[in-house]
Design a protein around this ligand. Structure first.
Ligand code: TXA
Ligand code: MG
Length: 327
């Protein structure tokens, strides 16, 4: 199929593009659109055939469930069987925004979305185009990141096309994403709230609203997070180029060593003319764009200076650790 690209830059193109996207989604087709975190690949979450198209386009294992996106920050009673007090407090504080909340599912949500599980992940994105498309479609929208499975997530329309051109029906180009890494995922179905994927909404921010949060996002075969959230398997979010995380004090030594071994090396340091920002939100906003850029160059190795081990950096560190574990 030919992927149609609609760019939104004026109010007039805005309305027409959103109506086209909504019509395609209602017809069971796939539309990639911007959210505040990364671009999502959307399908009607209540249409099992449409949802299966997502898995085919991405090459995603059917065992990995999808996040359902809703237009409004109100209790998502059309997909959630229960909306506990903790979910409500989190939604009130962080929606619209980069927080995904896992709750008990309603039977109307197809098994394709939940990977056959009894829960559904829900999020109200903080992006005017995403919310307008979901509202115009009039149905909840299942949307993973708009990339082939295990590849880097896309933070602009060009990244989506590089990975999925001719495998999806449409890309709505709304410019670059401001967040840059995928949403924080929490499970509120148990007695304790569990962090399944760290993101820019940090554990201290969550705990301020709901008290203690249990972290079970450490990855690896057999870990609790992988059992509860299959997308947490290690090989994920990976550039094609091997990537290593290096402490700042060792960085120059490692660069010199790799160069001496004849390797073409690029680094993402916190110092020098190409320094990465030393603030997590600004770092996250450019991380994937930098990795996509380096992947497109003839580079043998990417050396990344390890960010600080503090809760605010947990989301960024998680993505970097996964990227490093693939190579
Ligand atoms: O920021 C984001 O969350 C982006 C944008 C497009 O919204 N979406 C995204 O989707 O990152 P995806 O499919 O790449 O990651 C979804 C994550 C996976 O780790 C998956 O295992 C987990 O959410 N997940 C989905 N449904 C779940 C459920 N019912 N229980 C536990 N984990 C779930
Ligand atoms: Mg993804």
């Amino acid at each position: 199929m030919n992927t149609e690209v609609l760019r939104i830059d004026t109010i007039a193109t805005h309305h027409a593009a959103i109506m086209r996207a909504a019509a395609l989604l209602r017809a069971g087709r796939l539309v990639a659109f911007p959210t505040e975190t990364v671009y999502g690949l959307g399908a009607n979450a209540l249409d099992p055939v449409a949802v299966r198209r997502i898995f085919t386009a991405k090459g995603r294992p059917a065992s990995n469930p999808l996040i359902v996106h809703v237009a409004d920050p109100t209790p998502p009673t059309n997909v959630a069987a229960q909306w506990p007090e903790t979910a409500q407090r989190l939604a009130k504080r962080f929606w619209p925004g980069p927080l995904t909340i896992v709750v008990a599912r309603r039977p109307e949500v197809p098994d394709e979305v939940t990977a056959g599980g009894s829960t559904v992940a829900v999020r109200c994105p903080d992006h005017p185009i995403a919310r307008a498309i979901i509202a115009a479609a009039g149905v909840p929208i299942a949307a993973p990141s708009a990339n082939r499975s295990t590849e880097l997530s896309p933070t602009c329309a060009e990244h989506v096309l590089k990975s999925l051109a001719d495998r999806i029906d449409m890309v709505i180009d709304g410019g670059p994403c401001t967040g840059g890494i995928e949403s924080t995922v929490v499970d509120v179905t148990g007695d304790v709230v569990r962090l399944l994927r760290p993101g820019l909404i940090s554990v201290p921010m969550l705990e301020e609203v709901i008290g203690t949060v249990t972290q079970c996002n450490a990855f690896g075969q057999g870990s609790e997070a992988v059992a509860r959230s299959p997308g947490q398997m290690a090989k994920h979010y990976s550039p094609r180029t091997p990537l290593r995380l290096i402490d700042g004090c060792d960085l120059m030594d490692d660069v010199l060593e790799a160069v001496a071994a004849g390797k073409r090396v690029k680094m993402l340091p916190f110092f020098g003319p190409n320094a990465m920002p030393n603030e997590p939100a600004a770092y996250a906003a450019m991380l994937y764009a930098r990795l996509h850029e380096l992947d497109a160059q003839a580079v043998d190795l990417i050396l990344v200076e390890t960010p600080p081990d503090t809760p605010e950096w947990a989301g960024v560190r998680d993505r970097l650790t996964r990227a490093a574990s693939a190579g």
